[in-house]
Design a protein around this ligand. Structure first.
Ligand code: PBG
Length: 335
């Protein structure tokens, strides 16, 4: 890029192109549009109403009617897809997370209701992982204190198939088990869901920034003092993320995700530059909470901080961002 000698001051003044709005618009390299947004929503098992998530001011757990309304709102705003996360009734959680594969579970019922309302005008993404259903809060089955891989993968395959039956368009495994993308692909194909996509949480780190999410889906209490370091990636490692992405693409992932977002923009950039495939980033609950809390104190301007944070993902190379700010950002972008 800088292989030729560029001019220098005083001939060159980069401020010239910044002087006027028309000129700033002309030289703008990246743009954030509503097409870049994926909206994660939390659902709970009540027909009407919603309840606030205390650690994520402005975010609610939605009852079925409100979830359907949110989906319709996403369509109206032009948001391409939503991602559905369940806050499962604690009485339905178990050691073996069997509720995850119940075709009548909260996610499946919600997806059916949403699809009946919006059809193909909105993509519906479902999380494939056991943590909303397990009494220990882990993403997989626990054997002898260790989250076991291969038996978990079998269950994840069944989970993805019941979600596909319910009408989910994209299976998004967020569990970080080895080999699950290939196994889920085979299971979906065998069940006839050749066109259900897989968006792999390929590089997902064992991060402190998921705290508010675990409150939202109620897995924090189940997890107790536990962590997910034996399967989620070590925040010290970058090259390993490329390895993860390569494996998942080899196993048939249609797109890959990096998570969390803002502290891992180096990986968004490296993954996109290395593989050139659809690459998404998840601006996670803790990132939402930080911006929201600072804005509530009057320490940040909420609108401009949230738009800038989303734009940063685009500049780093992301094709889209999962963000709790999605509807708000869509409204701001309309202006
Ligand atoms: C669980 C899952 C998590 C998130 C998405 N899916 C949390 C975790 O791994 O503990 C985090 C999302 C967020 O923090 O917004 N499989």
């Amino acid at each position: 890029m800088f292989s030729f000698v560029r001019g220098s001051y005083p001939q060159t003044r980069l401020r010239r192109s910044r002087r006027h709005p028309w000129s700033r618009r002309l030289v703008r390299e990246t743009r954030l549009t509503v097409d870049d947004l994926i909206w994660p929503i939390f659902v709970r098992d009540f027909a009407e109403g919603r309840e606030p998530v205390p650690s994520m001011p402005g975010v609610h757990r939605l009852g079925r009617a409100d979830a359907v309304r949110a989906a319709a709102e996403a369509v109206e705003l032009g948001i391409p897809a939503i991602a559905v996360f369940p806050a499962t009734d604690p009485r339905l959680k178990s050691e073996d997370a069997r509720e995850a594969v119940n075709p009548e579970n909260l996610v499946c019922r919600t997806v059916r209701a949403i699809k009946a309302e919006v059809g193909d005008s909105l993509g519906v993404i479902c999380d494939v992982a056991l943590d909303p259903y397990s009494s220990h809060g882990q993403d997989g089955l626990v054997e002898g204190g260790y989250v076991t891989n291969d038996r978990t993968v079998e269950l994840l395959c069944r989970q993805a198939v019941v979600q596909a039956e319910a009408g989910c368009d994209v299976a998004a495994p967020s569990d970080m088990m080895d080999g699950r993308v290939g196994a889920i692909r085979r299971a979906l194909d065998e069940a006839g869901y050749l066109d259900v996509q897989i968006m792999s949480y390929a590089a997902k780190y064992a991060s402190a920034f998921y705290g508010p999410f675990r409150d939202a889906v109620g897995s924090a209490a189940n997890l107790g003092g536990g962590d997910k370091k034996t399967y989620q990636q070590d925040p010290s490692n970058g090259d390993e993320a490329l390895h993860e992405v390569a494996l998942d693409l080899g196993e048939g992932a249609d797109s890959v995700m990096i998570k969390p977002g803002m502290p891992y923009l180096d990986l968004v950039h490296r993954v996109k530059a290395t593989f050139g495939v659809p690459t998404y980033a998840y601006q996670v609950s803790g990132e939402y909470a930080m911006i929201t809390a600072a804005a509530e104190q009057g320490w940040l301007d909420r609108d401009s901080a949230l738009l800038e944070s989303l734009l940063a993902f685009k500049r780093a190379g992301a094709d889209g961002v999962l963000s709790y700010f999605a509807p708000e950002a869509a409204r701001l972008l309309r202006r």
